[in-house]
Design a protein around this ligand. Structure first.
Ligand code: FES
Length: 71
C-alpha cells in the first residue's frame, strides 16, 4: 500500500527502514533512510503509526517485558 504519494513509499518500505541498522526513530529519519525527504507532509502521521506498530512488534518479539507477565 502506498503511504506517501509524493515519494511513492509503501508501508513495506517504511517497515524495512525501521528495521534497518540505522534504526530511524523519527519520520524525518525514515525519509532519509529511504533516500528521500518529506514533501507535503500529509503522510507523516501514517508513517509514524507504521513505525510505532513495527517497534511494538519488535519489542514484544524479544520476549523481554512480556516474559515477566504472570500466566
Ligand atoms: S505524501 Fe508523503 S510527503 Fe507528501
Amino acid at each position: 500500500m502506498i503511504v506517501c504519494s509524493c515519494n511513492v513509499l509503501t508501508d513495506h518500505d517504511v517497515r524495512t527502514a525501521v528495521a534497518a541498522e540505522s534504526r530511524p526513530r523519527s519520520t524525518g529519519q525514515v525519509y532519509g533512510c529511504l533516500g528521500c525527504s518529506a514533501q507535503c507532509g500529509r503522510c507523516a502521521r501514517t508513517i509514524r503509526k507504521i513505525m510505532d506498530e513495527a517497534l511494538d512488534a519488535s519489542a514484544s518479539a524479544c520476549g523481554g517485558c512480556a516474559g515477566h507477565a504472570e500466566s
